[in-house]
Design a protein. Sequence first.
Length: 99
Amino acid sequence: MSLSPELLQTTREKTAPPKRFGVFLLNDDYTPMDFVVAVLVEIFLLPEDTAERVMWQVHTEGRGLCGTYTRDIAQTKQQQVLSLAEAAGHPLMCIVEEI
């Protein structure tokens, strides 16, 4: 059974790409910079030099984008950051925003 070209076109038009969500780290005066870099490398799989750039962005601008994902993955990454920070005794905060 083959689908008509009209039906295929209608299906393609109705299917929108999933929304993207940014995961951001927020600056605080207590979390060590090396911990932030380690989180970026471990959870977001960033190379060391990119992780350092994001860490400096967090430090100087108040927040830094760690990556963009679908909602479920972004929320999972957020929870991983918060759990790691809490286990280490750091107040590092992480938020998810639609991009």
